[in-house]
Write a protein that binds this ligand. Sequence first.
Ligand SMILES: Nc1ncnc2c1ncn2[C@@H]1O[C@H](COP(=O)(O)OP(=O)(O)O)[C@@H](O)[C@H]1O
Ligand SMILES: [Mg+2]
Length: 260
Amino acid sequence: MISSSDANTALIQLESIGKSYGEIRVLQDIDMQVQPGTVTCVLGDNGAGKSTLIKILAGRHEPTEGTLLVEGEEVRFRTPKDALNRGIATVYQDLAVVDQMSVWRNFFLGQEQTGFLGRLKEPEMKAITAEELKKMGVDIPDVDVPISTLSGGQRQVVAIARALHFGAKVLILDEPTAALGVKQSGMVLRFVRMAAERGVGVILITHNPHHAHLVGDHFVLLNMGKQVLDASRDEVTLEQLTQEMAGGGELEALSHELRQ
Ligand SMILES: Nc1ncnc2c1ncn2[C@@H]1O[C@H](COP(=O)(O)OP(=O)(O)O)[C@@H](O)[C@H]1O
Ligand SMILES: [Mg+2]
């Protein structure tokens, strides 16, 4: 039976999370929640602390302050495996794929299915890869081709489909559209939405307010390690998001200055 408090338990909750490297404080007082079936966008300029924040969630760095809760339970991740075991999957911008390997080998990388005497269950893995991609509406004629032959957008989608197949409850995407053109960005953003519709809590890191606003349910903006905005979709317009990203009034002041 699900009680109302269970229904409200966030997949992830950060309470006053902070991170210092020696004397340098790169994150402070971060409070955020990730709910199932939603897309939370983390925005911020270069150096704002976005990557540091996701490394904490992904088990690559331990926070120096605050508390991290997963499904209501306090956790301390010491390795990325700890985060994965709690259903938190991270897709990094560089994707960690093996270029020469086929799409299906990359799909099952590190989680291969084996049969008698450790023999790879090749036909089974190919079929699953093809099926999972088809479910996401990706049209890759042959999962045997090297992953390097796919477009950047398709590779992102393979990584997303893979995380979902292996049971991710939380999917963290670090700037998945940063290196993509408009059309491919659109494709990746559609899959971001699809992942949320399958019940996953997606965390989308981006410095593009347009991309964020297209798919986001919730927006967190970081500026020099501090959370300067935490708003749901009905609380913020694209214009406000864009302006906040540009440093609030700073851009406006600059535009006046330039026109003089
Ligand atoms: N290992 C580290 N040691 C010291 N400073 C770091 C380290 N990693 C990141 N930083 C600093 O933390 C700040 C935030 O970096 P980062 O999280 O990568 O920002 P973003 O991803 O938003 O561009 C930057 O000023 C960066 O130089
Ligand atoms: Mg970064």
